[in-house]
Design a protein. Structure first.
Length: 372
């Protein structure tokens, strides 16, 4: 029996094995990473000088939400494989097509929401790191948050009403019309990529204002770039959508497989990326204090706190000035007076692991109003 159709399609072609392996991997890895991140938060003490007064903050809660949505998306992806994803549509049992298209329509909502939530986690991470109260960077963060929410609302509305009536999205025999699925995916992917690039570039001006060598600046920049590798996945997804083109509508179960492969990786890679500092923290702690240090929230190297942790002063910081005066009276005895006054704002960055004074592992940026 020939596996060829009249149109030259090989019905024996299948992408299901690779898809299943990748989706399971992208389900397991982020789950493990979130567990590691949670444990790192328990081990990290709350800094007494931080504006964040709890171990877990919005960057953590959004990662947890993104992880839950990632599990839902990948679970649906595995179900799509059972319904025929990765096979040519001619090889899929006809009774599977309606459930396949309906589940594919539903998965958009969870994927887009998970993508937006993971972007929010990266933005909240920046807020934690840079301590943005009273900073212009705070307003930039809010603008990008607004862009992210606007993108999510727009794409959810576009998916909901891409067909009229709505049911035509999965029951293709109904009278009515649908917008081009490829164009919808392309517009969504391009806007998502633009926001990802903005999030990637946002902290770089602040990092490069720190007073350190060019090599050190490149190292710190590299840490932040590695911490948002999801941009690469966004680019990959966009390229596969462009390549698929209008063929997605002609052979949806097969042509949508590669975009689904990238789609299934995007939330997962984002979760892993924004959790890298926590992983680095635990790795440094094991190297410094041994594996058993992971079982206790107490640092055993408190006496070494701050040692080998280079600090860098920003270029716009001021030298600290201290003035004190002493006046001596013959009858009243010695009288000492210390004059306290603010002398400027200092921005420092700490690169590497830290002790209890660190509110966040990896890179710690602090702005202080110095009073002497």
């Amino acid at each position: 029996m020939s596996g060829q159709t009249g149109g030259g399609v090989n019905l024996n072609e299948s992408q299901q094995s690779g898809l299943r392996t990748l989706l399971i991997t992208m389900l397991v890895l982020p789950t493990i990473v979130v567990i590691i991140r949670t444990w790192a938060r328990f081990l990290l003490p709350v800094s007494p000088t931080s504006q964040i007064t709890s171990r877990f903050w919005w960057d953590d809660w959004t990662v947890f939400a993104a992880a839950a949505l990632n599990i839902i998306v990948l679970g649906m992806g595995l179900k799509l494989i059972d319904l025929g994803l990765g096979l040519h549509v001619q090889a899929v049992p006809p009774q599977n097509l309606v459930p396949f298209l309906k589940l594919l329509w539903v998965i958009y909502f969870f994927f887009d929401t998970g993508t937006a939530v993971s972007k929010s986690s990266a933005l909240f991470f920046y807020a934690r790191i840079f301590g943005v109260t009273g900073s212009r960077f705070k307003y930039v963060l809010w603008v990008v948050h607004a862009m992210n929410v606007a993108w999510l609302i727009a794409i959810l509305l576009a998916v909901t009403f891409m067909c009229s009536p709505i049911e035509k999205a999965w029951i293709t025999s109904l009278p009515g019309q649908c917008s081009n699925t490829g164009i919808l995916w392309l517009g969504s992917g391009a806007a998502s990529l633009a926001i990802d690039v903005i999030i990637l570039l946002m902290p770089l001006p602040m990092l490069w204002r720190l007073r350190m060598t060019t090599l050190r600046k490149l190292q710190v920049t590299g840490v932040f770039v590695c911490g948002y590798l999801v941009v690469v996945v966004s680019i990959g997804r966009l390229i596969t959508i462009l390549r698929a083109g209008d063929e997605v509508e002609q052979d949806p179960t097969y042509k949508v497989a590669i975009p689904i492969l990238w789609l299934g990786s995007e939330i997962a890679i984002s979760i892993i990326s924004v959790s890298l500092p926590s992983i680095f923290f635990l790795a440094q702690r094991v190297r410094r204090e041994g594996f058993w240090s992971l079982l206790s929230s107490r640092h055993h190297s408190e006496s070494k706190r701050g040692i080998n942790q280079p600090h860098f002063r920003s270029e716009d910081s001021h030298e600290l000035v201290s003035q004190s005066s002493k006046s001596f009276g013959s009858s009243a005895g010695d009288h000492s007076r210390t004059v306290l006054f603010p002398t400027g704002i200092q921005t420092t960055a700490q690169f590497g692991g830290g002790g209890d004074s660190m509110e966040n592992p990896g890179i710690h940026v602090r702005r202080d109003v110095m009073v002497v």
